[in-house]
Design a protein around this ligand. Structure first.
Ligand SMILES: CC(C)(COP(=O)(O)OP(=O)(O)OC[C@H]1O[C@@H](n2cnc3c(N)ncnc32)[C@H](O)[C@@H]1OP(=O)(O)O)[C@@H](O)C(=O)NCCC(=O)NCCS
Length: 181
């Protein structure tokens, strides 16, 4: 069964936080040590919504099964055409194509909005699921930063994966930059 994808809404936030918080508490995909409360999560959502980039929700069997969004890779203007993706799938919905559907849709939506590269900053070299997911969506590994993070009592490597979007680097980007300076 294919997940249904749609833009995220403010009223989804409690369910999205319920997916994210256990990953912060027990996982290494995010290097926060404590989950944000709903208010802080809402501020992040509002800030992301003020950008041109998508925030999508996936539903399976009428329930929110996961979400994914894109944001500018780094704040300086020169990075305006490069986005980073973030994908979180509820534990009960994993291994059923939800992550791939979300990432494939982010790739298309970001390319349509003028992005030329997408980067995944995978917060743990042991995160085989995320590395496979990105590999299956056309990303290739471009680097590893050893032991640059610390969480749950151990140093963590970061794996960088990247894929071009649209015309990639074959032509100059459209101006003005998406989202402005
Ligand atoms: C990583 C994550 C988003 C994958 O989502 P998912 O819906 O389970 O993935 P899908 O079912 O769409 O699978 C996509 C690909 O990843 C592979 N994959 C998924 N889970 C896997 C696992 N546990 N081990 C190995 N490969 C896995 C699938 O086999 C598939 O690869 P294929 O195309 O070669 O067959 C999900 O496990 C998750 O939310 N993890 C915690 C948060 C996280 O790590 N997010 C990523 C941050 S960078």
């Amino acid at each position: 069964m294919q997940p249904l994808l749609r833009p995220a809404r403010e009223r989804d936030l409690p369910e999205l936080l319920a997916i994210y918080a256990p990953e912060v508490r027990h996982g290494t995909a995010s290097w926060e040590w404590k989950p944000p409360d709903l208010e802080a999560f809402g501020r992040r959502f509002a800030a992301q919504q003020a950008t041109p980039w998508p925030w999508l929700v996936a539903e399976l069997e009428g329930r929110i099964a996961g979400y994914g969004y894109a944001s500018r890779y780094r704040p300086r203007i020169g990075y305006a055409w490069c986005v980073e993706d973030s994908i979180y799938v509820a534990a009960w919905a994993r291994g059923r194509g939800v992550g791939r559907a979300l990432l494939a849709a982010l790739v298309v939506a970001c390319a349509e909005r003028g992005a030329r590269q997408m980067v995944a900053v995978i917060g743990d070299s042991a995160n085989v699921a995320s590395i496979r997911l990105h590999g299956s969506c056309g990303f290739r590994e471009v680097g590893r930063l050893p032991a640059i993070g610390f969480k749950a009592g151990r140093w963590l490597d970061s794996v960088l994966m990247q894929r071009p979007l649209g015309a990639g680097a074959s032509s100059p980007p459209d101006l003005p930059p998406p989202g402005g300076p």
